[in-house]
Ligand binder design. Structure first.
Ligand code: NAD
Length: 461
């Protein structure tokens, strides 16, 4: 058992932050048990009472000082700009209303009748949900799953990423300040503590992270048939066809491709451009890449902060080296800078299917442009990937473009815009990008199980 403390590193300086203790493995059962006991009462509350308790959590995010403390910790631990971190905190707050509305519909009884039999289907919580979080959106990703679990009557034990434990501790503090004692537990640690939590007496695991970890969790959960929602990695395509607004497409490529220094699951990872548009697109996108200001993430004028870790930067540099060795054309060569884990954005083209940059999730500030001969070619290449999180398609607006979009084997698609889970859409990855899903009415029901109750009633003629 590892007892070394967690020591997050500030990616902008490379300097260690104050250490934080890991949760002893022997304490995990007690934390889960406390959540279980609180959950039994929580499950009996009406939806209005649960929402009103969660409004107390939202009030902490509304408080400017508390919100700033959380945003600053995100920036200190994983390097995104303070502007992006503030946006992440604001988004969580603003989602509560939508989540509550979906949960209310999802929790409604359904009544069916056949002859003299009337069956009521009720939606019941599972019990305690282990929420296991990544470092890239250390507040937004666990909050989506925590709010879903709590609204539907479950308890929660949160395990933040070992790279962002201090952010996780603040998020936990804000939750417990508004909720019944014990209902939301906290386990601090890395893979070992995560494994122990998955193997504990929780009834469900809701995790956001890499495909490798998702598979490990699924294997472990299989022993007790625990329920799962796994939100995993992506390799999202952006397909640009004749008729597309190239300026808008280029802006989107930069906005999503370089958001969070490219470390977003729905980052634009592959841009597939029709040959007739290639040179124009490269010129426009190249101008935008050159204008991106990389620097101190706390500085208002900074567009992009450092990468979150040396390990993540090494993965990106190795993919770029492999692409260059195999003949890719580098139009803007992003330099790595230290101290800290800075990496300027790269614009690269002439990519080949055998390059790791094309095959694997890059998770870094790389605008990678491939040439696609036709819509068919771009769809075939996207669908050949084991990933299936998101995509966007750009071209002449209309039903033909939407028909092409529907042939992409991914969970979320944007047509002449980026994908979105707004307006009740689910957050869902197909193929290796996910198992189960969240958000939307159907997503809320992933956190509940149906129970039917049959009674005999007088027959209606
Ligand atoms: P990761 O898989 O390394 O870690 C995620 C979490 O799992 C961490 O808390 C880690 O400690 C824990 N963990 C590791 N091994 C475990 C085990 N055996 N059992 C239980 N828990 C274990 O992922 P990461 O590097 O933190 O995050 C980046 C990945 O997350 C990327 O692939 C990204 O695409 C993905 N992601 C997906 C979404 C989505 O919505 N689909 C959103 C954000 C990030």
């Amino acid at each position: 058992m590892s007892s070394t403390p967690l020591i997050p590193i500030n990616p902008a300086t490379g300097a260690p932050l104050a250490p934080l203790e890991r949760t002893p493995l022997a304490s995990i059962a007690t934390i889960v048990d406390a959540s279980q006991r609180a959950q039994r009462r929580w499950a009996t509350l009406g939806m209005d009472q649960r929402i009103s308790a969660l409004e107390g959590f939202a009030a902490r995010l509304d408080d400017p000082e508390s919100a700033e403390r959380l945003a600053s910790e995100i920036t200190a631990e994983m390097g995104k700009t303070l502007r992006e971190a503030r946006g992440e905190v604001r988004n969580v707050r603003s989602r509560l209303r939508d989540f509550a509305a979906r949960a209310r519909v999802a929790a409604e009884d359904e009544v069916g009748r056949e002859g003299s039999v009337e069956v009521t289907t009720r939606w019941r919580p599972f019990g305690v949900v282990a929420v296991i979080a990544p470092w890239n959106y250390p507040v937004a990703t666990p909050s989506n799953l925590i709010l879903s679990a709590l609204l539907t009557g479950n308890g929660v034990v949160l395990k933040p990423s070992e790279q962002t434990p201090r952010t996780g501790a603040i998020l936990h503090e804000y939750l417990v300040s508004a909720l019944p004692e014990g209902l939301v537990g906290l386990v601090q640690g890395a893979g070992e503590e995560g494994r122990a939590l998955v193997e504990s007496d929780v009834q469900m695991i809701a995790m956001t992270g890499s495909i490798a970890t998702g598979k490990a969790i699924m294997r472990s959960a299989a022993l007790d048939l625990k329920r799962l929602v796994l939100e995993l990695g992506g390799k999202d395509s952006m397909i640009i066809l004749p008729g597309a607004d190239l300026e808008a497409a280029a802006r989107h490529a930069i906005a999503l491709g370089l958001a969070n220094a490219g470390q977003a699951c729905i980052s634009v990872e592959r841009i597939m451009v029709h040959p007739s548009l290639l040179e124009d697109f490269l010129r426009i996108v190249g101008g935008l890449v050159s204008a991106v200001r990389v620097g101190d993430p706390r500085d208002e004028a900074t567009k992009m902060g450092p990468m979150a870790s040396e390990a993540q930067r090494s993965i990106v540099l190795a993919q770029l080296a492999d692409a260059k060795a195999k003949g890719a054309r580098v139009l803007i060569d992003g330099a790595a800078r230290s101290p800290g884990f800075f990496l300027e954005p790269t614009l690269i083209t002439d990519l080949k299917p055998e390059m790791t940059l094309v095959q694997e999730e890059t998770f870094g500030p790389v605008i990678a442009v491939e040439v696609c001969e036709s819509a068919e070619d771009a769809i075939a290449r996207t669908n050949a990937s084991p990933y299936g999180l998101g995509a966007s398609i750009w071209g002449e607006p209309g039903p033909a473009l939407e028909e092409l979009a529907g042939r992409l084997e991914v969970g979320m698609i944007g047509v002449n815009r980026g994908l979105s889970a707004a307006a009740g859409g689910p957050w869902i990855g197909w193929k290796s990008s996910g198992f189960g899903y969240s958000r939307s009415v159907a997503g809320m029901r992933q956190f509940m199980q149906p129970q039917s109750l049959a009674r005999t009633v007088a027959e209606i003629d």
